[in-house]
Design a protein around this ligand. Structure first.
Ligand code: NAD
Ligand code: WQD
Length: 340
């Protein structure tokens, strides 16, 4: 059984990926500092898979602790690196927190990869690297635009750091550029639990339906799209998790075409904000309280993935529907809020 280190493995995407890794026969070792997650996720993973993954509470910003960790674990076959801070607005307020937490931690991990000859590295990148695209759907060869936030900049810098490292070392890497992850595990054992007021659309919708928020604000209906609201590519978190397992197997079996590969991970379909709201209303058979307000600063009009490369080269495609994703998010929200 190959041992895989998952950093940020108790977070939203990481925890779902640990489930898929364990279901595929990998032994998982999780590092997380619990800055944006709780031990409930460890229990959720264990409940779903009947296997408790090894977990170490560790802050990847502490270089000495990272170094010590790798001295104690010599048999790691690959790393999936999720741990990062991810709130776009917060990154504008606290840029140095983001550069330290997202960039320094990557450097420390790659240094250990070189020391301990861990050559398989998967990185959580984001469609945010494309900024406002010139054309949709976006292919992996679309230009990387000037980042619109320190968060987005960290993803661009991290991609470059990995690229430079792969060029001069034995490290092979796959960068996965996620579009908009939504949904939860169908068991409602795992899901997204944002701290404070949610910034993302789907958690705001489910919290409004659950009565925690009075009203959802739709940020603009005057965009040049069919219904005037923004278009995004919403990808079910379980489909996204599976893309990591496929990528990992590709690296472990040395099927990768080059030392650095990049894949868009989305559905390839764009959905407008109003379409998401109406799908949620249909799935849950209830009316959502929402109103149209001003545009939100920094929002791009339309972003969705060209997934041909992921489909043909990686052999991965999204399987789950928007309705399944929204139903699972609602089931999770109801469980967390004790709604029957
Ligand atoms: P998340 O916050 O739920 O998970 C990140 C986990 O990393 C958390 O459990 C947190 O406690 C942990 N962590 C953060 N800093 C750490 C540190 N210094 N040491 C150890 N653990 C640390 O976020 P997520 O939505 O699961 O995102 C995972 C990755 O995917 C991130 O790199 C994020 O930037 C990227 N991403 C997310 C989205 C999205 O919309 N959720 C989209 C594109 C890319
Ligand atoms: C989606 C749509 C909003 C909330 C962000 C990050 C990006 C990536 C994914 C990490 C937009 C609209 C939202 C609300 C609304 N993360 N909306 N009312 O902005 O596409 O991307 O998450 O890498 O980097 O920027 O996602 O969920 O915030 O917004 O109308 O209360 O929903 O305007 O059109 P976004 P989102």
């Amino acid at each position: 059984m190959k041992k895989i280190l998952v950093t940020g493995g108790l977070g939203y995407i990481g925890s779902h990926t640990v489930v898929e890794l364990q279901n595929s026969g990998f032994e998982v070792l999780i590092i997380d500092n619990l800055s944006n997650s709780t031990l409930d996720a460890l229990q959720g993973i264990t409940n779903i898979t009947s296997v408790a993954p090894a977990f170490e509470k560790l802050d990847l910003r502490v270089k000495a602790d990272v170094s010590d960790f790798f001295k104690r674990h010599q048999d790691i076959a690959g790393i999936i690196h999720f741990a990062a801070s991810k709130a776009v607005g917060e990154s504008i307020e606290k840029p140095l927190l983001y550069y330290e937490n997202n960039v320094s931690t990557l450097v420390y991990l790659l240094q250990e990869c070189n020391i301990h000859k861990i050559n398989n590295f998967i990185f959580s990148s984001s469609c945010t690297v494309y900024g406002e695209p010139d054309a949709v759907p976006i292919t992996e060869s679309a230009p990387i635009k000037t980042a619109m936030s320190p968060y987005g900049n960290t993803k661009q810098i991290c991609e470059e750091i990995i690229s430079d490292t792969c060029a001069v070392s034995d490290v092979r890497s796959i960068l996965l550029r996620y579009f908009n992850p939504i949904g939860a595990h169908h068991t409602a054992e795992l899901g997204e639990l944002p701290s404070g007021v949610p910034q993302n659309l789907v958690p705001f919708i489910t919290q409004t339906a659950a009565g925690l928020r009075e009203q959802l604000r739709v940020f603009g209906n005057d965009y040049p799209t069919p219904d005037g609201s923004n278009i995004r590519d919403y990808i079910h978190v379980v489909d996204l998790a599976k893309a990591h397992v496929i990528s990992l197997k590709r690296l472990l079996s040395e099927e990768n075409a080059s030392d650095l590969e990049v894949f868009n991970i989305g559905t390839g379909r764009g959905s407008s904000v109003l379409e998401v709201i109406h799908a949620f209303e249909k799935v849950t058979d209830q009316k959502l309280n929402y109103k149209i307000v001003e545009r939100r600063a920094g929002d791009v009009v339309s972003v969705y993935a060209d997934t041909v490369k992921a489909n043909n080269v990686l052999g991965w495609s999204a399987q789950k529907t928007m309705e399944e994703a929204l139903a699972s998010s609602w089931k999770w929200e109801k469980k967390v809020r004790n709604i029957t």
